[in-house]
Design a binder for this molecule. Structure first.
Ligand code: ZN
Length: 629
């Protein structure tokens, strides 16, 4: 047994503790003494205060009530009004997950129902919200976790051993180094390797969907050794940050992946969608659903502002980034106060319809690694009102022409923002009610939004919980679930709005619609997100008015005659917001590293930050390494 576990067990009354194990950075003690489960809490509290570690006391699995009986008991104790769904037991860890439509009612006043369940059954209950929209894929993700209960207990214990086992490597001096394996002077393939004398940590592992020449991060860099990697931390679920992650599992990585729960669910969706698109395009997929499953099994989810050790000398905290559901900025505390880094991932330092603005107060901060997607001198977003009016009139004009509005969207985040905006126009009677068809992974994504309302901003949470006004559930939303339904929609003459992935027109249903409706001027095409260089979306924005493709062995061309517009609802900060974020950052960073932007955007932002804040600003290229300490 490891020293820390020994120290804990010997400081508790003899014979009370039957087992001690790690669950990542947390420590779990098991007892076979039914009374001690409740009476032992004060003993445990004393150790928590002494060691400053999260320690939980649980009943030993052998004394938990028989599962069938426990299920009946749980249903009786919670009562019908909570709308109990499925109940999943995790027999290795004495835990039970109870799905409920109304978590509040299931938990009871200050948790009284949960305590009652624990007392009666000796299972430790957690309540999980039932998603208001059913999604097969979300259920699959959850069942992967439930089915691998044995594996999870071992994996979490091993992860804890790595954290607590002390140093693997000889520590001769202290240094910190980061290497850009991607996303330096480009938007795409975010992957940054952090090295300390003890740890190897990867921040994000994305692909560049728009770049055919170098779509994947430079894992061949000499610094990167997959078998030495301790942990991967994911900022958010967009493919340019997670698209390459299952590939690590294909090549043997078996360590933890840290992210928020919505990020885990959404990244699975995006990765499986990517595989599907590659197969449909006749390519060999870079990985399969097996590797995605492996990734899920190795994921450890964290809440915002939950502090956790991930190696002996790296402690992380995720902060809200305001960019999409579950998006985080990663704060890394290295060594014992040696250095603090904030990696922003993609951030929105401004309010959106669904999310709160990014956090800007941190316990300590020396190095800031910040995105620069809209960092250029002229990257100032038009006022929302102006855009909103433009979208409104575009929809109205298209409806008048009896056309369809095709909006290519990123599955995650932007699509839901667009949905809320249009639904609010209808609700406030600014436009007539119009059907909104949702194709591609946007549907499943919307399901995830309804499953994690606690990650939405206050206004949206209130609408959903207290006013029963969930814009994702209005009856005009329709799901396109098959090729046949898509064909029927294309054939129909009914004016409508179509939200379809991919957002840059690089494969997926959005391209399928464009092939069929692109040559008819009564329809319109509205871009909603950044269009990467080389993507069909960017080419159309630059004036290309036809595109060719292969269909059933024939080469076909579609002329582009529909009305084209841009409606920028971005989850990114524009230049003013980026500058403002650094201005508001508390404490002020001593060094700023600019990444995740096209060369000109990054360079513009770097020079402005240098001038305004008088700190060291770096503008690395891919494969550059920087020593931070
Ligand atoms: Zn993003």
């Amino acid at each position: 047994m490891l020293d820390i576990l020994k120290e804990i067990t010997t400081s508790l009354p003899k014979s009370k503790i039957s087992a001690a194990a790690f669950e990542g950075a947390n420590i779990v003690l098991y007892t076979k003494d039914e009374k001690y489960v409740f009476e032992g809490t004060s003993d445990v509290k004393a150790i928590v205060n002494k060691l400053k570690k999260r320690i939980e006391l649980r009943p030993d699995p052998s004394i938990c009530m028989d599962m069938e009986k426990a299920e009946k008991q749980i249903k009786k104790l919670i009562g019908k009004e909570a709308g109990i769904g499925e109940i999943h037991f995790d027999p290795q860890r004495s835990c039970v997950i109870i799905e409920a439509e109304k978590p509040g009612a299931a938990i009871g006043k200050s948790g009284e129902k949960l305590l009652e369940i624990k007392k009666k059954t000796l299972w430790v209950p957690t309540i999980q919200r039932t998603a208001a929209i059913k999604s097969q894929i979300v259920e699959n993700i959850r069942s992967v976790l439930y089915e691998n209960s044995d594996f999870r207990r071992n994996f979490l214990h091993k992860t804890g051993e790595r954290i607590y086992n002390g140093w693997l490597r000889q520590k001769k001096e202290e240094w910190i180094r980061i290497t850009y394996l991607g996303a330096a002077r480009e938007v795409g393939k975010s992957a940054i390797l952090l090295q300390t004398p003890e740890s190897r940590v990867l921040l994000d592992c994305g692909i560049n969907v728009a770049d055919n020449k170098a779509p994947y991060p430079y894992l061949e860099a000499p610094e990167f050794k997959i078998d030495e990697l301790d942990a991967v931390i994911i900022s958010h679920a967009h493919l340019d940050h997670v698209g390459f992650l299952p590939y690590l599992f294909k090549f043997g990585y078996r360590g933890p992946v840290y992210c928020t729960a919505p990020t885990r669910d959404i990244m699975c969706l995006s990765q499986l969608d990517l595989v599907k698109i590659q197969v449909n395009d006749g390519q060999d997929p870079i990985y399969t659903s097996e590797e995605v499953k492996e990734m899920v099994k190795h994921t450890i989810t964290l809440n915002y502002e939950e502090v956790t050790d991930i190696t002996p000398d790296v402690r992380i905290t995720l902060y809200n980034a305001g960019h999409m559901l579950g998006s985080s900025m990663i704060h890394l505390h290295i060594g014992n106060g040696l250095h603090n880094i904030l990696y922003t991932g993609d951030l929105k330092f401004g309010k959106t319809h669904a999310l709160s603005q990014a956090a800007c107060t941190f316990p300590r901060l020396e190095t800031l690694m910040i995105e620069s997607t809209y960092g250029g001198k002229d990257s100032v977003l038009p006022p929302f009102k102006e855009q909103d009016e433009k979208l409104k009139s575009m929809i109205e004009e298209t409806v008048k022409r009896k056309g369809k509005v095709l909006m290519p969207v990123l599955g995650s985040g932007r699509a839901q923002e667009v949905l809320i905006i249009i639904q609010d126009m209808i609700k406030n009677k600014r436009i007539k009610e119009i059907p909104i068809y949702i194709d591609g992974m946007v549907w499943d994504m919307t399901a995830i939004y309804t499953a994690y309302p606690e990650f939405l901003n206050n206004t949206m949470r209130n609408r959903i919980f207290h006013k029963n006004d969930n814009p994702f559930l209005y009856p005009n939303i329709k799901h396109i679930g098959s090729r046949k339904e898509r064909e029927q929609l294309i054939e129909s003459t009914e004016p409508c709005i179509i939200l379809a992935t991919s957002g840059m027109l690089v494969g997926g249903p959005s391209v399928e619609y464009l092939k069929k409706i692109g040559d008819d001027p009564k329809h319109s095409l509205i871009f909603t997100c950044y269009q990467g260089p080389g993507s069909l979306g960017r080419r159309i924005q630059q004036g290309e008015r036809s595109f060719s493709y292969k269909e059933k062995g024939n080469f076909l061309t579609t002329e582009i005659k529909l009305q084209i517009e841009k409606f920028t609802v971005t989850g990114h900060s524009d230049r003013r917001e980026l500058m403002n974020f650094v201005y508001r950052c508390n404490p002020k960073p001593k060094r700023i590293i600019i990444n995740h932007g096209e060369p000109k955007q990054s360079a513009d932002l770097a020079s402005s930050m240098r001038r305004s804040y008088n700190v060291e600003v770096n503008l690395p290229r891919n494969l550059d390494a920087l020593r931070l300490k």
